[in-house]
Design a protein around this ligand. Sequence first.
Ligand code: SAM
Length: 267
Amino acid sequence: MSLFSADWLDRREPHDRRARNPAVLAAVTKAFANDASVSAVDLACGTGATVRALGEALPRHQHWRLIDNDLGLLARAKAAAPQGARANIMAIDLARDLEAALDGPVDLVTTSAFLDLVSEDWLERLVTEIAARRLPFYAALSYDGRVVMTPVDDADATIVSAFNRHQTSDKGFGPALGPASAAHAVTMFERLGYQVVQGKADWRIEASDPLQMEIVSSMAAAARELVGVPQATIEGWATRRRILAAAGRSTLQIGHIDFFARPTERR
Ligand SMILES: C[S@@+](CC[C@H](N)C(=O)[O-])C[C@H]1O[C@@H](n2cnc3c(N)ncnc32)[C@H](O)[C@@H]1O
């Protein structure tokens, strides 16, 4: 499974959509309630899930600048933008040219399922650039390291801990913050005088959902890449979890955080 393939993003989008925190979305809506139009930049847009998720939450006249470094995903994002939303795509490597993504007329910066990929240094750069422009920032679906599996298996904690360590490997931005990313970002924005609304946005994956098998496989694959987790522990765990999933006897909860950070005064 490629983490960022269009197929994977399509499969996760309905889960993301259900998980997005309603109080955080309501805070975004309230911030733009008196505006007739909005110009937004979506960082690391993938196939455009954030544009589709925010369509109803923002003023009717929306202009989106969609940023990613994957041309295939950008083309799909443009094609799948909701009716009424004007969407321009820009191919930018955010690790290198973040500032170019934010320049020009912008009222709102958004992202989803992205902050956990970036390093502390890059996050600080992002927060600094956004705050210098006094812009609000909506960041959804940052993985926060909480995983609850039922029924419980003795090796769950070992595998989740390995997966969380693996999440901190370099994804092109330096050592990734992984599960710590949203909390770090919130602290940075609050230090700069932003008001932050945050909340959980957890995936709840039911017994019949084929995503269970994918998640078990990707957690096992992450554990295999690390030194220190015995092979037998990983394979035994993956086999037992797959048997439970195939029997429709297991559920998964994967923790994410959404937040909306708003400067106390807009530009
Ligand atoms: C997990 S996906 C999330 C996509 C989308 N925001 C969503 O919620 O479905 C992460 C995205 O980050 C993009 N990405 C990763 N590294 C990047 C970089 N250096 N510059 C721009 N985009 C990047 C990937 O191409 C991918 O679309």
